[in-house]
Write a protein that binds this ligand. Structure first.
Ligand code: BTN
Length: 254
């Protein structure tokens, strides 16, 4: 493991050639550190984890990083950080490749799609700490390769002919994320990120399919609320507020 300190931000990142999961390592490292924020990055993960208990295939060449945040906000606002993080990733992509803005969209709850396929995913985990929550936000971006046979079609930057490697993306993302945290202001300014996210939301105003653990619901994707829940209008007019699930878009019949 090597520790680097960003001279502008005065924030450390711990870099590994290979690790089980950067999310797990971030929680481990936090135990003997009294800092509010640091990052963990790995070239490869042997036990990369995705949302809803899924595996995150973690070959060399992609970005695997996690940010540790010590009690970043009151407990009920911590989940907002997944929107803050994915918007910061959008900013980083635009900074490195301005034409990105025409290619990517955010898919609820916290994926980033490129030309409709999944480029990046995010796993937010929280653990109780002194009457609050410590949070780790893990980000996986397919820079070089992408897995086949995933529930949702994936892609990579190389596949999309975009020349941004994992290290460069990490450096830019890290600064965008720290800037985003300042604007978010412990959740007092979530509306800003809600608006940013909605501007680029995939499927907004359209029919979507949401798969829950034991149910599949179809409806119109109206918006997200101030807790980040997906607001779906069913065909009988009822409104469902959804906290966790997987979104799919119906194939357009031509
Ligand atoms: C998903 O879309 O299911 C979320 C994927 C999150 C993957 C990242 S890679 C870095 C961090 N470490 C992990 O084990 N998972 C997250």
């Amino acid at each position: 493991m090597q520790e680097f300190i960003d001279p502008f931000l005065d924030i450390s990142h711990f870099s590994f050639d290979e690790i089980g999961s950067t999310n797990d390592e971030a929680f481990n490292l936090s135990q003997d550190r009294e800092v509010d924020c640091f990052f963990v990055i790995a070239k490869k993960q042997s036990n990369g984890r995705g949302r809803r208990g899924r595996q995150w295939v973690s070959e060399k060449g992609n970005l695997y990083c996690s940010a540790f945040l010590k009690k970043p906000a009151s407990a009920e606002k911590c989940s907002q950080l997944s929107f803050v993080t994915v918007v910061a990733l959008g900013w980083a992509l635009c900074e490195l490749e301005p034409s990105s803005i025409t290619h990517f969209h955010y898919k609820w709850p916290n994926d980033l799609l490129w030309n409709g396929a999944k480029l990046a995913g995010l796993l937010l985990e929280a653990r109780p700490h002194e009457k609050g929550l410590n949070v780790v936000v893990g980000l996986g971006v397919n820079c070089k390769s992408f897995p086949e046979k995933t529930p949702y079609t994936a892609t990579s930057l190389v596949q999309e002919e975009v020349n941004i490697d994992a290290e460069r993306l990490f450096q830019t993302f890290k600064r965008a994320f720290i800037e985003a945290l300042k604007i978010w202001n412990k959740g007092h300014n979530f509306n800003f990120f809600r608006d940013e996210w909605l501007k680029k939301a995939a499927g907004l105003g359209k029919e979507i399919i949401v798969r829950l653990d034991n149910e599949e619901i179809i409806g119109i994707f109206k918006t997200i609320d101030k807790e980040g829940r997906l607001i779906l209008k069913l065909f009988d007019g009822t409104i469902r507020k959804i906290s966790a699930g997987d979104v799919f878009f119906p194939a357009i019949k031509g």
